[in-house]
Design a protein around this ligand. Structure first.
Ligand code: ZN
Length: 242
């Protein structure tokens, strides 16, 4: 089965449509969404409706939980908190209900899915060796996928310990032996200096993963954010991929 791993869509419907079109061309059958589906961007209800229509499997992210009021925004920086308040005020009841039905960790075959890490699904960033060790300690499947950092990454725990690699876009990598964790990067707000949307394509039978970058109409998303009255700095950062 060909699976599109997506994460951190952040209510950027223009970016999501571009990624889904790219995934469709590559023969993707299923979508696994690693959370932070809303927050920051202008189209929270549209993004959720589109993912429901596509039959995506989703986990809950910290921004999703904040948008429904399930958690507070005291741990967010001021711009993120402002966007979270905006999102909360604009969510339709169906969207709130959608998030209420999501789990923090979901298992799909040989894969475990979470937003941050398996240790702290909503909050922890898998960015250090210590966080990776803690995550792999709880990983009961050979493979896992997380988001949250907005930076694509491939982490492996073999006999030599934990090793992280920045994936090369378009290059299929064999998942191989040992425990592996894939971060597909962010669809709606990339932060690795490349403003194009990022996602990953998994082939569950061949046991390979390939990361991909997809250009989208950033100006259109920025225009919608301005119209919505969302903070200007959040619109600007999309242009830099930071
Ligand atoms: Zn995020």
């Amino acid at each position: 089965m060909r699976v599109a791993l997506i994460s951190d869509v952040h209510a950027n419907l223009v970016a999501l449509e571009a990624v889904l079109a790219d995934a469709d061309e590559r023969g993707v059958e299923t979508i696994w969404n690693l959370g932070d589906t809303v927050g920051y961007g202008p189209d929270p209800n549209g993004v959720v409706a589109r993912l429901v229509e596509a039959g995506a499997v989703s986990v809950l992210g910290n921004h999703d939980a904040a948008a429904t009021g399930a958690i507070g925004t005291e741990w967010f920086n001021s711009l993120a908190a402002e966007a979270a308040e905006w999102t909360r005020a604009h969510l339709e009841p169906e969207t709130v209900g959608y998030f209420a039905g999501l789990g923090e960790v979901v298992r799909e075959g040989e894969w475990s899915l979470a937003h941050g890490t398996l240790r702290q699904p909503l909050w922890e960033y898998l960015m250090t060796e210590e966080a990776a060790e803690g995550h792999f300690e709880l990983q009961e499947t050979p493979y896992s996928a997380v988001g949250h950092t907005h930076v694509p990454l491939l982490v492996r725990r073999g006999t030599e310990g934990v090793e992280g690699k920045t994936p090369v876009p378009g290059e299929a990598v064999a998942l191989g032996e040992g425990l592996v964790c894939v971060n597909p990067g962010s669809v709606g707000q990339p932060r690795d200096g490349d403003p194009r949307s990022s996602y990953a394509l998994v082939n569950t039978e061949a046991r390979t993963v390939a990361h991909h970058r997809v250009p989208y109409d950033i100006g259109e998303t920025q225009r919608r954010m301005e119209e919505a009255g969302l903070p200007r700095a959040l619109a600007e950062r999309l242009g830099y991929g930071r």
